[in-house]
Ligand binder design. Structure first.
Ligand code: NI
Length: 176
């Protein structure tokens, strides 16, 4: 069942999230399944637990490949708990981002182009991946939510922040 997503301005989006201490519990699986439904219902590329008012270090993301948008790479559904990010190198690139907590807006945000991320899935199984490009961007965006950081806080030049319908008329792109 889809859950309401908190919008920017809600103080709960600014809190530091706590680590998950118990894995593979019915409560955790129920929470994760509600988050997946919410992300898919709202056509998001990702969702972090603080966005539904749960202060735990849980993010998930998924991008289904769509032949209509060949420049958007697919990302398998990933549930990432207690994540640790390590940038590989120091190269950063700016790219457009949106957020389910800031509907209808897009901003140009610098992110590391390559990184390693690790953590656990809901069963407590280890995840350890090296990724780049859009995948790396989505992970950084979602994990920022666990530290109370929303993407506009990272925009270098606020002239690159606006309504997606104005910036990209007629061209939908995924919310994060
Ligand atoms: Ni977001």
């Amino acid at each position: 069942m889809a859950i309401d997503v908190l919008k920017m301005g809600d103080a709960r989006l600014l809190n530091q999230a706590d680590p998950v201490t118990e894995f593979d519990t019915p409560e955790l699986h129920e929470l994760v399944s509600g988050m997946i439904d919410t992300m898919r219902t709202l056509n998001g590329a990702g969702l972090a637990a603080p966005q539904i008012g749960v202060g735990l270090q849980i993010v998930l993301f998924e991008v289904v490949e769509n032949p209509r948008y060949p420049d958007v790479e697919g990302i398998p559904l990933t549930v990432l708990i207690n994540p640790v990010l390590e940038p590989i190198g120091d190269e950063m690139k700016e790219g457009w981002e949106g957020c389910l907590s800031i509907p209808g807006m897009r901003g140009l945000v610098p992110r590391f182009t390559k990184l390693r991320y690790s953590g656990f899935d809901a069963h407590g199984k280890t995840i350890d991946r090296e990724v780049g490009g859009f995948h790396a961007r989505v992970v950084q965006h979602e994990c920022d939510h666990l530290q109370g950081i929303l993407y506009p806080m990272r925009i270098r030049d606020l002239r690159n922040f606006g309504f997606s319908s104005v910036l990209f008329p007629g061209k939908p792109c995924p919310e994060e």
